[in-house]
Design a protein around this ligand. Sequence first.
Ligand code: KIV
Length: 282
Amino acid sequence: MRSKVTIQTLREKMAKGQPITMITGYDYPMALLEERAGIDIILVGDSLGMTVLGYDSTLPVTMDVMIEHCKAVRRGAPTAYVIGDMPYMSYQVSVEEAVRNAGRFMKEAGVDAVKLEGGRNVVDVVEALTKATIPVMGHLGLTPQSMAMLGGFKAQGRDIQAAEAIINDAKAIEEAGAVSILLEAVPPEVAKVITDRAGIPIISIGAGPHCHGQLLIVHDMLGFFDAFTPKFVKKYANLNSIILDALQQYRQDVETHTFPSDEHCYKMQPDALARFKEKYGD
Ligand code: KIV
């Protein structure tokens, strides 16, 4: 088994120019595979509200739901750097509530860090969590919890003013103590400036090749979620069609009495079988 991925491991990769690998994970079986594949960071994202629970946004996801999923991922991936995503309204109401909720991720689920969305508007929260010894990953650019303010899932930082706002947000979050920053759906030029200026790992999801690492949503890259596919997704498999084929074949086998066959049935002990047949017939 590899040794535990820590913030130190990530900093060393960054210093050596080795790309950091990150992917979302929501449950035990996927975490087992992600761990086996040697992925550095698993994000238990509140995107599970859409990919796993079938909501049309991440807003309905609760702390209790996030904690259960983080626990499952931690069990499946003991050495990965696991990050718990703070759900909508778990850190916006007050700094005290943010510390209490982030503390639950660390204490109950054993994650390595928490992630929260926002820039200069969440500096007080990042500072308080850092002071409480809770490592924070910031999240800038397209921030799905602010969908109502952003007007949908749209790329961010495409004009000078918006680009500079994200650059300034990144600086503020780092100064507040964030241990890393996720940039979502921003042009690569903007991500490069942020990455070049940062002293902490900057991870891209749709922010181009210049960042220290890359993240994809596992259900997107496996072709397991097709409500919509963002431009930045590369599909590495088409699980939907593999699973659908299997389900249809199973249904057909049951309907045609092809399953179960002899190989799927338990055998009685031979002497018991003879006596059983004598009593009950064939
Ligand atoms: O919830 C999540 O998976 C995320 C990604 C969209 C970055 O925050």
